[in-house]
Design a protein around this ligand. Sequence first.
Ligand SMILES: O=P(O)(O)OC[C@H]1O[C@](O)(CO)[C@@H](O)[C@@H]1O
Length: 243
Amino acid sequence: MNIIKVKNYDEMSRKAAEMIIEKVRRTPSINLGLATGGTPVGLYGQLVQDHQKNGTSYKKVQTFNLDEYIGLSYDNPNSYRYFMNEQLFNFIDICPGNTHVPLGNTKDPQQECADYEALLKKHGGVDLQILGIGSNGHIGFNEPGTSFQSETHIIELTESTREANARFFNSMDEVPTHAITMGIASIMRSKEILLLISGEKKSDALTQLLQGEVNENFPASILKTHPCVTIIADEAALGKVAG
Ligand SMILES: O=P(O)(O)OC[C@H]1O[C@](O)(CO)[C@@H](O)[C@@H]1O
């Protein structure tokens, strides 16, 4: 894994944006894998700014989001579809039909998982996957204990993940208990992965990732076996990493 050390969240966001913009310009029909949560908000802001200033075009880009809460419809402000529209899609020239997020309010989540995995394969998979990391090492919503062989599936969220994400909801009761997430195997099929880590809260997770063993109890550890992973981490996140 290649590690790029940056000063803070803003520099992480700018560096990540530079890498993505360069790739979109070089390969206009790139398949991007996208993440939600607090980590990529600055990155998406940078992509929007660049699109408005320099005209980088996303007309031929396809995007595939990692996950979605079960039970939330696309127009619920806490759904990841809504998040993506508000943070990125509404402000660039991407075709709405080229943006893919699992359906959270489907009657048949199991079928939705199968359909989403099939869609990924139909499009030839993800070229560049953006990832954040949960404090417990989750990537996408793959919680500790998820099989490394997993494809898109339904996951029961841990209490710690629900608590961490409760900041976006009015109360803990509103935080969904389940989600649809790309599996670990689905993520690992991406040709390239860009993992963003910022802040002291992620310091233990980054230390575990760099110094711990590859183990299903820490899902992100599998990234060590991927041939093309770049981590952009800021000083606060790197705080506890030796050397
Ligand atoms: O960026 P945050 O809000 O710390 O979340 C960490 C990770 O957890 C998730 O929110 C759950 O999927 C990811 O989208 C994100 O990468």
